[in-house]
Design a protein around this ligand. Structure first.
Ligand SMILES: [Zn+2]
Length: 371
């Protein structure tokens, strides 16, 4: 007896067309256009309705279509965390420290949710607050001779960039020799270095040691105009995380530290034309005394940037094209044909009132509508 098996392969393209929708322009919004999505990619933007066949039509009248937002400082440890980002229109999360490496690896490349781009296990100093977070022992770096192996291990585990925690002198963070060694090794490997620095001394030390991006801003002594101008001259970037500064200042007040210093730091950065990326430091299940909710917090960060003098368009760039460029994510960050269909549909015009980003009427991740 002979059995014949015939396999028929049919590939069906899923097409969605969002009509009458306005996009972000250099200033304000474009006129109404139709945006076509085929499978996971934006394929056309046209003034009139394209021929869509069996396309799903979404009426975008009165709405703005933004690229999915990018939170440049989150901590992700579960699919639920990614879903919380995506639900709020944050389609990419830059994870600034997570462990164990196997959990992080499993969360990369998941479909129907936010994309995870991660530093994995950071480099930290031998003592200080971060040494009590339960990271694997190889997070601690004390000898520059061990750094090459440490960077190689992280890259092998999938780290997309390197994160290092620096602290004020005497607080146990990584010392300048370690920071310099990490920067040299990461750059030789072709990845960038983000340094955590929440004290002015740690901030300047990280800059002097060559870190590409500094995250957090001081809440004690603000960044001076001279530091900001130096950063701009050298093309260094900042992820200020005003959200966490504001929340911590209220929840855990410390003498000499206040939110105004963080805000003044951001004002100095903007004045010097330093590229600032919107990040929140949000994490699930923190101390019960405060919470920085994943996804929701980025909309708050945009408000805080506007409060610090950013125009709404500048704030939106800090959560879209800015982080996409800074981290080399060439497939996202704008509503442009050929890019991933990571999209956020909101009611109203966020270039007038930034709070419009919170009126979400649709979210797509890689062309899949998830809200
Ligand atoms: Zn963080």
């Amino acid at each position: 007896m002979t059995t014949t098996t015939t396999t028929t392969t049919t590939t069906t393209t899923t097409t969605t067309i969002i009509t009458n929708v306005r996009l972000l322009a250099d200033e304000g919004l474009t006129g109404p256009v139709s945006v076509r999505i085929d499978d996971d990619t934006i394929t056309s933007i046209t003034p009139e309705l394209p021929d869509g066949g069996n396309a799903r039509i979404v009426d975008g009248a009165g709405a703005t279509l933004l690229p999915g937002l990018i939170d440049a400082h989150v901590h992700i440890s579960s699919r639920r965390d990614l879903d919380a980002l995506a639900h709020n229109g944050v389609t990419t999360g830059m994870d600034m420290a997570s462990w164990p490496a196997a959990t992080t690896a499993a969360l990369r490349g998941q479909t129907g949710t936010a994309s995870l781009i991660s530093a994995g296990v950071p480099f930290i100093g031998p003592t200080g607050p971060h040494s009590r977070f339960g990271m694997p022992s190889y997070a601690i770096a004390t000898d520059p001779a061990d750094v090459a192996e440490g960077v190689a291990r992280r890259i092998a585990d999938g780290s997309d960039f390197i994160k290092i925690v620096t602290d004020a002198p005497g607080r146990g963070g990584a010392d300048p020799k370690i920071v310099r060694a990490v920067v040299a090794e990461a750059h030789a490997t072709g990845v960038i270095v983000v340094a955590h620095a929440s004290h002015i001394d740690a901030f300047t030390m990280s800059l002097n040691a060559g870190a590409d991006i500094i995250t957090h801003v001081p809440t004690e002594d603000p960044i001076t105009a001279a530091i900001a101008v130096g950063m701009a001259d050298q093309g260094r970037l900042a992820i200020p995380t005003l959200s966490v500064s504001k929340i911590l200042a209220a929840a855990m007040p410390r003498p000499g530290a206040n939110y105004d210093n963080a805000r003044d730091s951001v004002i100095a950065l903007r004045k010097a034309d330093v590229t600032v990326l919107a990040g929140t430091d949000s994490v699930a299940g923190t101390d019960a005394s405060f919470t920085i909710p994943l996804g929701v917090a980025l909309h708050h960060e945009l408000e805080l940037l506007v409060d610090a003098g950013y125009t709404p368009v500048e704030a939106l760039r800090a959560a879209t094209t800015g982080p996409a460029r800074a981290f080399g994510l060439t497939d996202r960050g704008a509503v442009t044909p050929g890019l991933r269909a990571d999209l956020l549909l909101i009611d109203g015009d966020p270039t007038i009132y930034i709070t419009a980003t919170q009126k979400i009427s649709g979210v797509w991740t890689a062309g899949t509508r998830i809200r």
